[in-house]
Design a protein around this ligand. Structure first.
Ligand SMILES: Cc1cc2nc3c(=O)[nH]c(=O)nc-3n(C[C@H](O)[C@H](O)[C@H](O)COP(=O)(O)O)c2cc1C
Length: 241
């Protein structure tokens, strides 16, 4: 009798363990929604991001201001890579996988980050999607899109003048699937606040300037970025002060 009970317990334990294993395997091997359909695109490896700085976080907070006028000088790949990483890059590995530079409701990470490059050394003008897992750029659109993006942002010239601009967008459905309309309407824009502030502070440490642009036409921004589906949240032109 005792033996039978033990073997039943054993079967149950093995079945539960197998079930958990299958769930873990399927969740970790699930296709990445953020880079679906982009596998045939050109990718550009970025210089590894630094996790050290001579500027303290307190100094960066203290000196941060919106900058709306830039020197006529290009950015380089190290600078744009560092800014993209600060917004949404891969950080320490947690229990359930890699964590990211911005906090995200449920660890869903619905934000996408685009680089609209005009004058970046060794990088052709165009629109690039940031692949956070590999710290790479994926080319989405060829050619300088700064004019279209400026028009989409009610003609705010700072975008045309900046050597590069970061655009944060939100895939609201991703968060909505777990949190419904509160996730879509509130959590996703809330998360852009964290990522945007990271960019602001990181720019300070690099002695660069930026400003959050929130006044824009959503559809026109989506077109300027090559017809993306996500909701545009922040436009942040970056340049030398
Ligand atoms: C959600 C949001 C939208 C904004 N939109 C614009 C904008 O469209 N154009 C602009 O020049 N500044 C914009 N700003 C920047 C604010 O004007 C700026 O943060 C504010 O004047 C405070 O100045 P400071 O950033 O130098 O502290 C925006 C800021 C936020 C947070």
């Amino acid at each position: 009798m005792k033996k039978q009970v033990y073997s039943i317990i054993g079967i149950v334990v093995v079945a539960v363990a197998a079930g958990v294993g299958i769930i873990l395997l399927t969740s970790f091997s699930a296709p990445r929604e953020d880079v679906e359909n982009l596998s045939n695109k050109q990718t550009i490896e970025l210089p590894s991001p630094s996790t050290e700085s001579e500027v303290s976080v307190e100094e960066a907070i203290f000196s941060r201001t919106s900058v709306r006028s830039f020197a006529d000088a290009p950015l380089n790949q190290r600078e744009v890579g560092q800014l993209l990483w600060s917004a949404a890059g891969k950080t320490v590995d947690g229990v359930t996988g890699a964590t990211r530079a911005y906090p995200s409701a449920g660890g869903i990470y619905p934000l996408e980050t685009y680089l609209v490059a005009g004058e970046v050394e060794n990088l052709a003008p165009g629109v690039y999607r940031y692949d956070w897992a590999n710290h790479e750029l994926i080319k989405i659109v060829s050619g300088d899109q700064r004019g279209d993006l400026t028009r989409a942002a009610l003609g705010q010239r700072i975008i045309a003048d900046a050597p590069a601009t970061l655009v944060l967008t939100g895939d609201t459905a991703r968060t909505g699937r777990r949190y419904g309309s509160r996730g879509e309407d509130r959590y996703v824009p809330m998360e852009a606040g964290g990522a945007g502030q990271n960019i602001h502070l990181q720019a300070e440490t690099l002695n660069l300037g930026t400003v959050i642009i929130g006044a824009f036409d959503d559809n026109q921004v989506q077109s300027a970025l090559g017809g993306i589906d996500e909701l545009p949240l922040y436009i942040m032109p970056v340049g030398h002060k």
